[in-house]
Design a protein around this ligand. Structure first.
Ligand SMILES: Nc1ncnc2c1ncn2[C@@H]1O[C@H](COP(=O)(O)OP(=O)(O)O)[C@@H](O)[C@H]1O
Ligand SMILES: O=P(O)(O)OC[C@H]1O[C@](O)(COP(=O)(O)O)[C@@H](O)[C@@H]1O
Ligand SMILES: [Mg+2]
Length: 495
């Protein structure tokens, strides 16, 4: 079959012939007429499924837009053109779910929350020519943001045939700031952004104004809004979704979790985290070299992690060279026989050198007098004093003034270097799949959801499921933290 005769082309012709507006969807080929909101088929599919025998499963599916705004139903372009779109061979149905809790116990009944599995659907709720998409990136940088933006564009444009895709500049404020212009995304301007670190669209903290943002969405006729950001951003995305539902707008609000800190609940890992941990190895290796090359050498590396120590923990485990790992979740004391300083002295005596990794949020109780709760960034995050510099000064002072021992301490702070680089291969892969999953789910008419990887499966998570859980922290009773203690052999620095 000639490409011009493909189903996509036919859909496109039909759409153009009807002036591309939502109201003209009635002119487009439809599989069934699902525009009546009282149609029982609009019900959340999860309610129609029978419970699994002998199991306590809790299905949590995101809403379908057709439950608050009229939608059509169209065949996926992959369905009617299998020779071009192999994806049509692997449709995912709304009966496929992903279990959150997969570790069982022989004496316990199986029970788990259960989310919808992401993937292309056989039928879609947006005619591709009626889609006007917006993509926004908020919060701190993270490797892979550009890969996500580019793949959302590519999936919308090249797989579904969507023409109008815009980037919102500099985070939430970009929706409404008069001095900022939306960026029309094209093959040309996104072609190589995945090779660059940072955000091609720009990002920012603060600037969340619900009314102005949803007014902008409504005034500009955006009907798919992809929001890439961390916990704060996702909380904002849920508010936008709720307001969209309140106004009964046919808009799919989609979250893609982003944070370098990997502290988002439920999901296996956030994109960019692997890359950051890998880049942190370079700093740790430098610290090892410096410390080993000096008499009584100490290498001190500060890594990101304002409220959680995942980067420090994984970087420590990956390096196998770290003697002490300090994270926000575990308090420590400096002085005394159980203190950090005495332990450093014992390491120098035993090994001649030592390497310390400290997460930026560690030891805040030691710095509590310096924490000024009124000093916050635009998103309300507390500006914290520098634990790395504090430790450096205290260690040098203690050895010089109290122990009277000559040491060489090299302090390495790669903070922004680990997040400003492009994503590594495994993160690039994840970014691509997250973006594709996000687009497939939005095209299928879901709204108010976040895409995440759960037990290696790409899943559609209702936004409130993430927002209600907030940021997670390292569990100091977990096997992972116990592995850190086993690898470093560090003691408990608590009195
Ligand atoms: N509770 C919230 N409700 C609405 N918007 C929020 C909330 N918290 C943060 N935001 C907005 O989300 C964006 C990013 O938040 P921030 O905390 O800086 O980064 P991250 O999303 O990575 O956690 C900012 O524009 C901020 O104004
Ligand atoms: O200096 P900035 O840009 O505020 O970013 C620093 C902070 O951002 C973080 O990386 C987390 O923020 P995000 O969740 O936005 O990625 C922290 O670990 C770090 O303290
Ligand atoms: Mg945050």
């Amino acid at each position: 079959m000639e490409k011009s005769e493909s189903a996509v082309a036919k859909l496109a012709q039909a759409a153009q012939a009807t002036d591309n507006t939502e109201n003209d969807e009635s002119e487009l080929p439809k599989v069934f007429d699902r525009t009546h909101l009282d149609d029982p088929r609009f019900e959340d599919y999860s309610k129609l499924l029978k419970p699994r025998p002998g199991a306590d499963f809790s299905r949590v599916f995101p809403p379908k837009i057709c439950s608050w705004a009229p939608c059509g139903t169209y065949p996926s372009p992959f369905k009617s053109n299998p020779e071009r779109f192999n994806l049509g061979l692997s449709f995912v149905s709304d009966e496929e779910t992903v279990l959150v809790d997969i570790i069982g116990h022989v004496t316990q009944p199986t029970a788990s929350r259960e989310f919808l599995r992401a993937g292309p659907r056989e039928f879609i709720s947006f005619h591709p020519k009626s889609v006007k998409a917006a993509i926004v990136t908020c919060g701190g940088l993270c490797p892979g943001i550009n890969s996500v933006v580019r793949e959302i564009y590519n999936t919308l444009h090249h797989l579904y045939g969507v023409e109008e895709i815009y980037g919102i500049p500099f985070g939430y404020r970009g929706f409404y700031s008069p001095d900022l212009e939306y960026i029309r995304l094209t093959d040309h301007n996104v072609s190589s952004i995945h090779h660059q670190g940072g955000s091609y669209l720009g990002s920012s903290r603060g600037g969340f104004d619900l009314k102005k943002i949803v007014d902008a969405i409504e005034d500009n006729n955006f009907n798919q809004v992809y929001i890439i950001g961390g916990d704060g951003t996702q909380r904002g995305a849920l508010k936008i979704h709720d307001e969209v539902v309140r106004r009964k707008l046919k808009v799919s609000v989609v979250g893609i979790p982003k944070t370098i800190d990997n502290d988002i609940a439920l999901i296996d890992k956030s994109f960019g985290f692997d890359t950051a941990v890998e880049e942190a190895q370079r700093a740790i290796r430098s610290a090892v070299v410096e410390s080993k090359s000096a008499q009584n050498g100490i290498g001190l590396v500060k890594l990101m992690g304002r409220s959680s120590g995942y980067i420090a923990m994984y970087a420590t485990l990956a390096s196998h060279d770290v003697d002490i790992c300090l994270i926000p979740e575990v308090s420590f004391i400096l002085e005394g026989s159980c203190g950090l300083l005495e332990y450093i002295r014992s390491l120098l005596k035993r090994k001649g050198h030592c390497v310390i990794v400290v997460a930026e949020g560690a030891g805040m109780d030691l710095l509590k007098d310096e924490v000024d709760m009124s000093k916050r960034d635009a998103s309300g995050n507390i500006k914290m004093p520098d634990i790395g510099l504090f430790l450096k000064d205290r260690i040098i002072a203690w050895f010089t003034e109290q122990v009277r021992m000559e040491i060489t301490l090299k302090y390495i702070d790669p903070t922004y270097m680990i997040r400003s680089i492009p994503a590594n291969a495994s993160d690039c892969l994840m970014c691509g799949l997250l973006a594709q999953s996000a687009v497939h789910s939005a095209m299928a008419g879901r709204g108010g959801f976040t895409i995440g990887v759960i037990n290696t499966q790409y899943s559609i998570i209702p936004m409130h499921e993430l927002s209600s859980r907030g940021r997670i922290k390292v569990d100091v009773n977990s096997r992972m933290w116990h592995r850190v203690l086993a690898t470093t052999e560090q003691p408990d620095f608590r009195a």
